[in-house]
Write a protein that binds this ligand. Structure first.
Ligand code: ADP
Ligand code: MG
Length: 251
């Protein structure tokens, strides 16, 4: 579904991606984990067609997207939607929620708004309200509803719960899992937090300084990490042990 071959991205002196190759098959829940500055968001912008690689190939559903001009990226804009970390920054405060949700459609469709509000667990009358009238978790639900509006095949989430209180993180993660299953989506899920990735993904790539240092199923990578950097990340994650124990207890 998504394929990257030897992708590089330089910003003047910064070499943000240094030869990233990966494949995300349809239906996978693919996690990208790594500390801040490792190039995760750069990778997200490239695969969403919001930025271009300095070199390398990016394909989506078998079509090269790395060289396409904006006017020919329409298919990607529909099929792949992104949810960002900061819902307040990505929601226009002057727009009503119904218009925000329908932004990717280019017209307001009230029936679709009602469906989407229900799908993300927001009250029916939310469409009439404005972003500031909602909590952080609810605003992220609005962003998710907007991302689902054009019926994408792929959802890319870049640190979607990192700005949220710990108490609401689990709710949003569980919502994402439910929606991915219900709408049969492919998920690319980016986080610096290993526990969060473990909760949502079945495969994971570990990034460090613009490179993927290790890749595999979450069970492989978390239970038998091969790269020293992965081991370091796991050792440095205080909540991971508890999270893994909790996952084993849950059905
Ligand atoms: N538009 C940009 N201009 C210059 N440097 C950038 C830009 N975007 C990202 N970088 C740099 O690229 C590196 C990777 O950043 P980023 O992809 O945001 O990492 P992450 O999301 O893993 O924290 C960082 O050193 C960052 O400062
Ligand atoms: Mg980032």
């Amino acid at each position: 579904m998504i394929e990257l071959k030897d992708v590089h991205r330089r910003y003047r002196r910064v070499h943000a991606l240094r030869g990233v190759s990966l494949e995300v098959p349809a239906g996978q829940r693919f996690g990208i984990v790594g500390e801040s500055g490792s190039g995760k968001s750069t990778l997200v912008r490239l695969l969403a067609g919001l930025d271009r690689p300095t070199s390398g190939e990016i394909s989506f559903q078998g079509r090269r997207i790395d060289g396409l001009p904006e006017r020919r990226l329409g298919f990607l804009r529909e099929a792949l939607q992104v949810v960002f970390q900061d819902p307040m920054g990505s929601l226009d405060p002057r727009m009503r929620v119904r218009d925000i949700i329908c932004e990717p459609l280019g017209r307001t469709d009230r029936a679709r708004v009602a469906e989407l509000l229900a799908a993300v667990g927001l009250p029916e009358d939310s469409g009439e309200r404005f972003p500031h009238q909602f909590s952080g978790g609810q605003r992220q639900r609005i962003s998710i509803a907007r991302a689902l509006a054009p019926r994408p095949r792929v959802l890319v989430a870049d640190e979607p719960v990192s700005a949220l209180d710990v108490s609401v993180r689990k709710q949003i993660l569980d919502l994402l899992r439910t929606l991915v299953e219900r709408f049969d989506l492919t998920l690319v899920f980016v986080s610096h937090d290993l526990a969060v990735v473990r909760r949502v993904c079945d495969s994971v790539a570990v990034m460090r300084r613009g490179e993927i240092v290790e890749q595999g199923t979450v069970a492989e990578v978390y239970d038998t990490p091969r790269h020293p950097y992965t081991r370091e990340l796991i050792a440095a994650a205080p909540n991971l042990r508890a999270e893994l124990a909790r996952l084993k207890e849950e059905p």
